[in-house]
Write a protein that binds this ligand. Structure first.
Ligand code: SAH
Length: 361
């Protein structure tokens, strides 16, 4: 674009760079309108949309069923801000960690976790995290920004490709347990899930997606109202306010009572079982009183407790509890009819396990 300005009796002619827009922020309808107002057929919008989402095109050049002129016109008006897997690390247990570079050079991490029958993608929802969970490495990175829907979607596509390449099968499950708090980037996470589950995207079943939250009551209620179809996991770690606040300080604001009421509401609306993520630490939450509080907390709805292995991130403030303490949790929960699993960590040797994502490289 050309512009003019006048200074000291001279008229200057300057080239003004046109600000290109992020094409993946456009809906299909908006793309159709764009083509229509530019004297082209609206169905071109459908073609471009398919290239962007179903075929994950990285450039306009890739869109081979469009004329050269149309591709140039798109190039003049838009950018495709694609993520780039900067570094891929493979663990001895098969786990893969991707360091993902965003268009503004910030980095997030995502993880592929293979088992005999499944491939799970663990994806990030924010760059850094604003919560301050004392046991989590991501909490040491200040929250820089929320991820856009396409940046979340692209992490999933990258892992799906890796799963096909290294394990000869497509991705089967997705967990929002990477960096960040998904419910503090609610709109973009939901938009990403819409694309992941849409036949115009990856066509995955929402039942294979789990959103994990530290527990933001207002957003849990909102999800319930919107009757979302994915699963919910809550990182509980303690059912006693004083203890939970000491390790997850935001619990002072979003107390267990608020959380529990929001979860009751969620269950009434969705009838979907709630999973609690729970690490048992030595001297912090390993007594019978802690187990009893958890049983009490779980009573209002069918629940499942995942006891996760602690992945050390510091010099010893937190230590994994003894096997005896874990066994006490398992026995008490089972006796009270609560499903419980004990989870081994994956990808520890490459800092890819729960709570270890911190852009170390
Ligand atoms: N903010 C979301 C998702 C990110 S954390 C949430 O809190 O759920 C993903 C899971 O890893 C959470 O259950 C979290 O409590 C757990 N986690 C964090 N640090 C950990 C560590 N060092 N060892 C084991 N699990 C950890």
């Amino acid at each position: 674009m050309t512009g003019f300005f006048y200074r000291n009796n001279y008229l200057y002619k300057v080239e003004i760079a046109k600000k290109k827009r992020d094409i993946r922020a456009f809906t299909k309808e908006q793309l159709r309108t764009f083509f229509e107002t530019n004297g082209d057929q609206p169905f071109r919008g459908n073609q471009v949309y398919e290239w962007l989402w179903q075929k994950s095109a990285h450039t306009f050049e890739d869109m081979t069923n469009l004329s050269k002129k149309t591709r140039e016109m798109l190039h003049d008006n838009f950018v495709i801000n694609h993520i780039k897997v900067d570094q891929m690390q493979r663990s001895s247990d098969g786990t893969i960690k991707n360091a993902v570079r965003l268009h503004d050079d910030l980095i997030v991490e995502s993880v592929l976790i293979p088992t005999k029958t499944r491939t799970t993608a663990c994806v990030s929802s924010q760059v850094g995290c604003s919560l301050d969970c004392k046991f989590c490495a991501t909490s040491r990175l200040k929250r820089m920004r929320n991820l856009n829907p396409d940046e979340i979607y692209d992490q999933v596509v990258a892992i799906d490709n890796e799963s096909r390449l290294y394990f000869d099968r497509p991705l089967s499950n997705i967990v929002f347990m990477g960096m960040g708090e998904p419910l503090m980037n609610y709109n973009n996470v939901l938009k990403a899930i819409d694309k992941i589950t849409s036949p115009e995207g990856l066509g995955m079943s929402p039942k294979r997606i789990t959103v994990s939250t530290s527990g933001v009551p207002k957003m849990i209620r909102k999800m319930a109202d919107e009757e979302v179809k994915f699963k919910l996991a809550v990182s509980l770690h303690s059912a006693i306010d004083e203890i939970r606040t000491s390790i997850m300080p935001f619990n002072a604001t979003f107390t267990l009572k608020d959380l529990r009421e929001a979860l009751e509401y969620w269950y009434q609306k969705t009838k979907s079982r709630i999973t609690y993520e729970y690490v048992v630490w030595d001297g912090i939450n390993d007594s019978q009183k802690d187990v009893d509080a958890l049983v009490e907390f779980c009573r209002f709805a069918p629940s499942k407790v995942n006891l996760i292995e602690y992945n050390p991130i510091d010099d010893g403030e937190f230590q994994q509890a003894s096997n005896k303490a874990i066994e006490r949790y398992v026995a008490t929960l089972e006796r009270n009819g609560i499903t419980v699993t004990v989870r081994r960590s994956r990808g520890k040797d490459i800092d890819a396990a729960c709570g270890q994502l911190a852009n170390k490289s």
